[in-house]
Design a binder for this molecule. Structure first.
Ligand code: TYD
Length: 136
């Protein structure tokens, strides 16, 4: 699966509202070991601004909307997430920044590994050096 790829989850709509679900083995290209979420993000805040060496993630706008900037060291793209029935896949060695959070929005993240600070690259120049060496 390519970074930035959209994964649509099943959606059941009826007069009582919508229901979506995701099944790890059917919809997610890795085993989910961790789930975390960003909420109460103040107006104008930026989240992310890092890359991971090995982590795979899916990002979902569980509520509200935000922008996701993706950068593989060569190309940058921007995706606006605003519905909870799809997610965006982010593979290793991708610099990501999230901003433009709407009021009350919730960003849900599914991750392939437990939290590990040593998997983070938090400096952009170090990231460019790392992807240069690791043949992204
Ligand atoms: P940080 O990586 O700065 O957030 P963002 O996703 O916006 O880049 O994480 C904020 C703090 O939370 C940081 O001290 C690390 C901690 N943290 C955990 O302890 N476990 C987790 O699963 C995550 C995602 C973060």
């Amino acid at each position: 699966m390519k970074t930035g790829q959209k994964i649509d989850f099943p959606k059941f709509s009826d007069p009582r509202g919508n229901l979506s679900y995701l099944e790890g083995r059917n919809h997610i290209p890795f085993e989910i070991k961790r789930v975390y979420y960003l909420y109460d993000v103040p107006d104008g805040a930026k989240r992310g601004s890092h890359a991971h060496k090995a982590l795979h993630q899916i990002i979902i706008a569980m509520h509200g909307s935000f922008d996701l900037m993706l950068d593989d060291g060569k190309e940058k793209s921007k995706i606006h997430l605003n519905r909870s029935h799809y997610g965006i896949y982010i593979g290793p060695c991708t610099w990501r920044v999230m901003d433009n959070f709407s009021s009350g929005s919730i960003c849900l993240v599914l991750a392939s590994e437990d939290f590990d600070e040593s998997d983070y690259i938090r400096d952009y120049n170090h990231f460019l050096e790392y992807v240069g060496k690791n043949g992204n």
